[in-house]
Design a protein around this ligand. Structure first.
Ligand code: SAH
Length: 475
């Protein structure tokens, strides 16, 4: 974190503004809105600043800046067009350990003024740390559109009722559920409909009745392949509701960050020396334990929970214990890797069937369409690449069948290796491809050489993707 965000209570506190032009006038208006006592020092003042002074809203001194003005001040804003003067103000403030914002000068500022979404008492501040204020302002516009004005009214209502809510719901979990109900239920609806009295009455009535015993449940959620943008909205919602998150190692940190901050996060991946069955038993026991205590448990799995995720077994265990569950699908690695490597998994006249398979248990018969028009995707294949490709060639796939190995699909360090069945194992070793990686076999992978758009593309002849693309276009 480059800057520590902090909300200042300026009510009744003195703030010094040096400069009284238009830029200063905007800052003065903000400071007054926050209830600060504003002193302005400037040689000349914009008429709007003069008007503020005449109305008695600010104290205006038309004179040169002097360090003595910093006496009794909590915060300093330097907003003159004179760089040397701004620097002198910042320096004088620093000597007295006062926070100072120099407008449009991140390097000289010890404090930044963020872009603000005001839904008082709710305030959202966005800062780029002075790196690109325009980007912060653009984000602010989006957030403005996202946060309904009724959120501010709801927050004000919650503030008025805070003590009563605390008394009626002394336990933290119950209180949190109550706030969720406020946001999602009839109280917020009434505020949206501009019926504040009805909203207050609904809230008070709910506080008079005791909370129905919470029902624990498990949400089996697919986290997608890594890019947090590929998490579904339902998945995101589940992460916000979770009391406990049980996640696999495959789930990316970016996705985990989206979980409720005070949710208990437990990594339930296989531990050294533990066999797969023991891991699975431990996961079942954890889910059942937490859900039986009335908690909302999110069981978070990479990709889709029901594709090579043992999710089915977990649901059976929950059913056997009478625990309620929901399933939120995720984007499975095959779909994500295809998309992010520019490989259409089916393509007219090239492939019309798709097989999802695991590189393990290849001895089991493969029921796929005509070999030449089938795309095969192998999960968990990195360690078995040599054996797998040999088996496929024995199964009468030509040695020059094109294939693509996608490592870290959809993540920023994605690499796609294009090869043939005969060369893929050696090439993968050469490029030190490691798990998680997915092998796509079939004619469609050729298209990926032309359509690649994300991450790094490695081709056996070491030509860069750009060169391949140019060659393809020329052909
Ligand atoms: N339930 C998951 C699959 C779990 S099995 C899903 O639906 O995607 C684990 C295997 O999935 C890995 O060995 C790898 O083959 C594949 N995999 C998962 N995430 C991947 C990613 N981001 N990039 C490439 N392969 C991935």
């Amino acid at each position: 974190m480059e800057h520590f965000p902090l909300f200042l209570n300026l009510r009744g506190r003195r703030v010094l503004v040096v400069g009284a032009g238009l830029v200063a006038a905007r800052k003065i208006a903000l400071l007054l809105a926050a209830g600060a006592r504003v002193t302005v020092v400037a040689k000349v003042a914009h008429p709007s600043v003069q008007a503020d002074a005449q109305r008695g809203q600010i104290e205006l001194h038309l004179c040169a800046f002097d360090a003595q003005w910093l006496q009794g001040v909590w915060l300093v804003i330097a907003a003159t067009s004179d760089e040397a003067l701004n620097a002198a103000v910042a320096q004088a403030a620093a000597e007295r350990q006062l926070w100072c914002n120099v407008v449009d000068d991140a390097a000289r500022s010890s404090a930044q003024v963020p872009a603000i979404v005001d839904r008082a008492p709710l305030t959202i501040a966005i800062s780029s740390g002075g790196a690109a204020p325009v980007i912060a302002r653009r984000l602010r516009e989006r957030v403005e559109a996202l946060i309904e004005p009724s959120i501010g009214w709801l927050t004000a209502l919650a503030r008025r009722q805070r003590a009563a809510i605390r008394r009626a719901r002394p336990e933290l979990g119950a209180r949190r559920r109550f706030y969720h109900w406020l946001l999602d239920g009839p109280v917020h609806d009434a505020l949206r409909a501009a019926r504040p009295e009805a909203a207050e009455a609904l809230l008070e009535e709910a506080l008079r009745t005791s909370e129905p015993a919470p029902q624990g449940k498990v949400l089996l959620v697919g986290a997608g392949p890594g890019d947090p943008g590929l998490l579904t909205l339902r998945g995101l919602r589940a992460l916000h509701e979770a009391d406990v998150v049980l996640h696999d190692r495959l789930v990316s940190p970016e996705v985990l960050q989206l979980a409720r901050r005070d949710a208990l996060q437990i990594s339930v991946g296989k531990t050294p020396g533990e066999d797969h069955e023991a891991t699975q038993r431990r996961i079942h026991a954890l889910m059942i334990h937490h859900a039986s205590q009335g908690r909302t448990v999110v069981r978070l799995k990479g990709g889709d929970p029901l594709v090579y995720g043992r999710g089915g077994e977990e649901l059976l265990a929950l059913r056997a214990h009478g625990i309620a569950y929901e399933v939120v699908p995720g984007i499975t690695a095959a779909l994500a890797c295809g998309a992010y490597a520019g490989i259409p998994l089916t393509h007219r006249a090239v492939a019309d069937t798709l097989t999802l398979a695991t590189a393990h248990r290849r001895e089991q018969a493969e029921h796929a369409g005509a070999p030449s028009q089938n795309t095969r995707v192998y999960y968990m294949g990195v360690e078995r690449l040599a054996a797998l490709s040999a088996e496929l060639m024995r199964d009468k796939l030509p040695a020059d069948t094109p294939c693509a190995l996608v490592e870290n699909g959809s993540r920023t360090h994605q690499r796609t290796l294009h090869a043939t069945l005969a060369t893929v194992a050696v090439q993968a070793k050469m490029h030190a491809i490691a798990a998680p990686a997915l092998l796509i076999v079939g004619e469609v992978t050729r298209l990926g050489r032309t359509l690649a758009w994300f991450g790094e593309t490695l081709t056996p002849d070491h030509t860069r993707p750009g060169a391949v693309r140019a060659a393809a276009l020329a052909a």
